[in-house]
Design a protein around this ligand. Sequence first.
Ligand SMILES: Nc1ncnc2c1ncn2[C@@H]1O[C@H](COP(=O)(O)OP(=O)(O)OP(=O)(O)O)[C@@H](O)[C@H]1O
Length: 252
Amino acid sequence: MTDAIITAQDVHLFYGQKEALKGITLKINRGEITAMIGPSGCGKSTFLRSLNRMNDLIDNVKITGNIALEGQNIYAPTMDTVQLRKRIGMVFQQPNPFPFSIYDNVVFGLRIAGIHQRAVLDEAVETSLRQAAIWDDVKDKLDQSALALSGGQQQRVCIARVLAVKPEVILLDEPTSALDPISATQIENMLLELREQYTIVIVTHSMHQASRISDQTAFFYQGELIEMDKTKQIFLNPREQKTEDYISGRFG
Ligand SMILES: Nc1ncnc2c1ncn2[C@@H]1O[C@H](COP(=O)(O)OP(=O)(O)OP(=O)(O)O)[C@@H](O)[C@H]1O
């Protein structure tokens, strides 16, 4: 029996006058990978960003409805957004390591949280880089710039940076679309390893990626959630014609 770690209830989001999300209601199951798919502009990244209040950083955004993490409304005025973004970490499309060493990238969030003991940081660096499946590649050059790594390696360091603060949920917005196919597959394999320990939500344009790694798939279209179900069900026997048309490449 799966249980929900995040619930969204009738979420509407406006950029100025434009309604980008039109009443989204869904549940994200704990310890699963949930994929968000849909054509460009359908609102999947907007929805993903609303899960850890990244949209707060954009001017003129208004959101209504309710999003709860472990039953707690994340839009409540008392919610500490720094704390929230530690609990729900985010990885972006373009690898965005800081212009620091690999070591300093990984421990960035821990230092901000006031953790400075060398042994604790060393341990976090090794554990996070191992989880991100890049420890063997970088263990002998932790003091070198993260910018000198390949794109796929940089993305895994960015994932290690998120893992170091021990989030409960990891949001990934098209994390492999800027990478070569081998790096993309390595990251997919890593996400499969991380599942169960973490809850993962991934926005992807790749049907292959969604069907290969996710447990649940949500199909968005023009700001609405058309259908969400077990991934097998969505890909083999969708309920809605629009879903079928999209996954079979008839539009998008
Ligand atoms: N900062 C913004 N200001 C105004 N409108 C925005 C902003 N970000 C997104 N939008 C609009 O909201 C709608 C949803 O965009 P969003 O980026 O969430 O879609 P998406 O499905 O993730 O698309 P893509 O696959 O191309 O990334 C689009 O019409 C987009 O133009």
